[in-house]
Ligand binder design. Structure first.
Ligand code: M6R
Length: 618
């Protein structure tokens, strides 16, 4: 994971480096560092164990003067989250400095070789190996007199020996007009300015600095000077940089008065769902329409099977998608964790299409799983939020969520937007097969009510806060639901775990009696999602089973009947909708509950421990 930035130009490097790192903290926040170069003083370096805010205070005048620099915010993989392991790392007694995002799999053998050649390692990281390796190659290539071209050749020679993934930014002590960036498996984008250039792990740091961007592809290396960029591909040699315009959706994000991004994003859901629906309803044909699937109607009609994949919350969306597609479209669906799919070899036929669901579009497992399925000849589609992200670029087609930037590590609005898009896809496939015009029209009118229903649901916030106060000390929670709301239960449990560090389990409500019911006691609250529908009575029976064992019950229901009120300790009323849209509504109180409990427990809601927003390592 990790976020990296680089600057070269007429201005001071640090304002961009610090702003960029702040915006990239979602990729990791264990430690941070910057290195800048002022020719007379060489490379100056400062690193902190902790957040970018601490780094900012540690930047002194000497570092602040540099007009060439690199920076890094870390999510630890190799070595503890401390100052020594923080990037940038120096190579060859300070001849160069680099920041790395990714994992070098063969670092141990390379380290041994470099140690035998006399290189001293100070950190436990795989990244320091790359720094010394480049220094070693530079020594080989150049001898005593070093030219910029030697630096390029040294980087090329070093990365040829790396196994694994990397996004690298490198500066050299002897050249104040040279910044090298190289990519294999970890994203990098260059921002093109006037007499200045920027590099970052994604486009968010570039907002407000430039709107001209060049995505670096795998196996490309960029030789960046303040007034020009050269891109070299490992196999193709020099390639023309494809300068694109930064999407206006990549707006600068601020809290707009909210205390946390998570809360802001929860409250943005009426709008983000509206955005997901916008322009995608075809009233004349009572169906949905998508611009980017890149398949003809005939090809889409011939789809016999759908494979949905993703990680974490996006995997939960996939599970809802399975129910949706089977119910509305009658197409067999399989859901697989991307981390499993990438190493499985499932028998599939050429009429199977694969959807990768991902907010960030950078999740390493999802990217690798889609690549593998693409390699096998399947049409791959991304349901993705971040425009121009690696997965969006790699897939054969897809659907953007248009939810706007999601900054809080706990995914909220991306989840409900994913479900909205999946509902529309299910409608679309359903209308290609058996769904009548009338049924399609009914579904559309229900979907159009969603933003208003979510707005109404947010009205439960005060009640949820009060419930959170009573249960904030609990060490365990159960989340239970059935059919469409089984994945909702999983998602509710994940939200609570990740931001409040409380152990929580999501289960299909009826499965509870096969084991988890043993956890029930007076200190273990169970959150039941029990809206009306085909399994309403069944879930009520499961609720009674918990109550009979003394477990406190919080019930989310769209139907306050006396039975529920009598059994549950708390009843949160949610608006009624069609069963297949219930997860969108029911997840709102669950997001608020986890938020309020985390807050009461003094947890860092937007940056929970050990996590990062984008998981770009395996
Ligand atoms: O960006 P992605 O949707 O691919 O991310 C997948 C998971 O890492 C992500 O959903 C994670 O589980 C969230 N922190 C959950 O809130």
């Amino acid at each position: 994971m990790c976020g990296i930035v680089g600057y070269i130009g007429d201005n001071k490097a640090c304002p961009f480096l610090v702003t960029g790192l702040q915006r990239l903290e979602y990729r990791g926040y264990d430690s941070a560092g910057v290195a800048t170069l002022q020719q007379s003083n060489g490379i100056r370096l400062t690193k902190v164990s902790g957040r970018v805010a601490e780094l900012e205070s540690a930047i002194d005048d000497r570092i602040g003067q540099g007009s060439l620099g690199i920076g890094h915010t870390r999510w630890a993989t190799h070595g503890a989250a401390n100052q020594v392991n923080a990037h940038p790392h120096s190579g060859g007694a300070g001849i160069l400095s680099l920041a790395h995002n990714g994992v070098i799999e063969n670092y141990e053998s390379l380290k041994l070789e470099l140690q035998n050649n006399g290189y001293q390692f100070v950190s436990e990281t795989d990244s320091e190996v790359v720094a010394h390796l480049i220094a070693d190659c530079l020594k080989e290539a150049a001898g005593d007199e070093i030219a910029p071209q030697d630096c390029v050749e040294a980087v090329q020679a070093a990365i040829a020996r790396l196994r694994g993934t990397y996004g690298l930014v490198i500066i050299f002590r002897d050249f104040d007009d040279l910044l090298i960036a190289a990519r294999c498996g970890s994203p990098l984008v260059i921002g093109v300015g006037k007499n200045e250039q920027f590099v970052a792990s994604d486009t968010s740091p570039l907002v407000g600095f430039t709107d001209k961007i060049v995505y670096l592809a795998d196996h490309q290396l960029a030789l960046i000077r303040k007034d020009n960029i050269q891109v070299l591909h490992r196999d193709e040699g020099r390639v023309r940089p494809d300068i694109q315009t930064l999407s206006s959706e990549t707006v600068d994000v601020n809290l707009e008065g909210y205390p946390h991004y998570m809360l802001k994003e929860i409250y943005e859901q009426p709008q983000s769902i509206t955005n997901a629906l916008r322009g995608r309803i075809d009233y004349d044909n009572a169906t949905a329409k998508f611009g980017g699937l890149n398949l003809t109607t005939q090809q889409l009609r011939s789809v016999k099977r759908i494979l949905l994949t993703g990680c974490g919350t996006s995997w939960h969306s996939a599970l809802v998608g399975e129910y949706l597609m089977e119910e509305l479209a009658r197409i067999p669906v399989e859901v697989e964790y991307a981390s499993e799919l990438r190493y499985r070899n499932p028998p599939t036929d050429h009429e199977t299409i694969v959807f990768g669901i991902t907010q960030s579009g950078e999740t390493a497992d999802t990217l690798a799983a889609l690549r593998e399925m693409k390699r096998k000849g399947h049409h791959t589609l991304a349901i993705c939020n971040v425009i121009g992200s690696s997965i969006a670029q790699e897939a054969d087609g897809g659907v953007y969520l248009h939810a706007g930037p999601e900054v809080g590590v706990a995914s909220t609005k991306a989840f409900t937007s994913q479900l909205t898009v999946l509902s529309m896809l299910a409608l679309y496939f359903g209308r290609l097969h058996h769904l009548s015009f009338e049924a399609g029209s009914r579904i559309i009118s229900e979907m159009e009510k969603l933003p208003e229903l979510v707005e109404q649901t947010l009205g439960c916030h005060e009640q949820v806060r009060e419930i959170a106060t009573r249960y904030q000390e609990s060490d365990n929670f159960l989340y239970l639901g059935r059919r469409f709301n089984f994945p909702t239960a999983l998602e509710g449990a994940l939200k609570l775990k990740e931001i409040s560090y409380i152990h929580a389990e999501g289960y299909p409500a009826a499965e509870m009696k096969h084991g988890p019911i043993a956890l029930v006691d007076e200190n273990t609250p169970s959150v039941f999602i029990v809206p009306q529908g085909t399994v309403y009575e069944k879930v009520l029976s499961n609720l009674q089973e918990v109550k009979a064992r003394g477990g406190p019950v919080i019930a989310l229901t769209d139907h306050v009947d006396p039975q529920v009120t009598k059994l549950a300790d708390d009843v949160i009323q949610i608006p009624q909708t069609q069963d297949f849209l219930q997860p969108i509504i029911a997840s709102i109180p669950l997001q608020l509950l986890s938020y309020e409990i985390a807050l009461l427990r003094g947890c860092d809601v937007d940056k929970p421990r050990n996590l990062a927003k984008s998981v770009t390592v395996e």
